[in-house]
Design a protein around this ligand. Structure first.
Ligand code: CTP
Ligand code: ZN
Length: 160
């Protein structure tokens, strides 16, 4: 960001400290940070060092969330699935306190094992273990097994 239009996140008003090595997921839609962590399967129970800022002021988004994961560099494949709930997210890879890589999330063609099908009759929601699989559309996702299309509230379909 340029200096006139800071993002509520510059040095004199940092809400969550800078990290040394890891991944910063920035420009997440306000209120979606916990869904970001759920999709990534990160819940802190393995001792991961995490910082989460929610609903902090942002010029670009009005309000934004930020997720910082210390000690892990998330791959492009891992983060692309976030485009479903955080299409404007920026992924920053940090090494020795410096951002060494910055990229946007891009919608994947397929998401597997991330969302559960809203159709209770779908083979993926039965007792047999069948990994969920969705094709990503412009404005939603389509179950590869039963064809059900989900457009809104994708966050509510995140598998736990
Ligand atoms: N960050 C961090 N720890 C570091 C370096 C950066 O937590 N050691 C965070 C910053 O607080 C910011 C994000 O990573 O939220 C991106 O950092 P940077 O590229 O320096 O900020 P901006 O230029 O404002 O990013 P953008 O243009 O993407 O808004
Ligand atoms: Zn289905």
């Amino acid at each position: 960001d340029d200096h006139e239009h800071h993002d509520g996140n510059d040095d004199h008003e940092l809400r969550v400290s800078k990290i040394r090595d890891g991944t910063v997921i920035d420009h997440v839609r306000g209120g979606q940070a916990l869904n970001v962590l759920a999709i990534l399967g990160i819940d802190g129970s393995e001792g991961e060092e995490l910082s989460v800022g929610m609903n902090v002021p942002s010029d670009r988004l009005g309000r934004k969330d930020i997720v910082k994961v210390e000690g892990r560099e998330l791959s492009q494949d891992e983060v692309d699935v976030l485009s479903l709930i955080a299409p404007d997210a920026t992924i920053n890879i940090v090494r020795d306190y410096e951002v060494i890589e910055k990229h946007r999330v891009e919608p994947p063609e397929i998401v597997e094992g991330v969302l559960s099908c809203p159709n209770t009759g779908c083979i993926t929601t039965g007792d047999e273990p069948v990994t969920s699989r969705f094709e990503v559309l412009e404005d939603g996702v389509r179950c590869s097994y039963c064809g059900t299309i989900a457009r809104e509230e994708l966050a509510s379909l995140i598998e736990t």
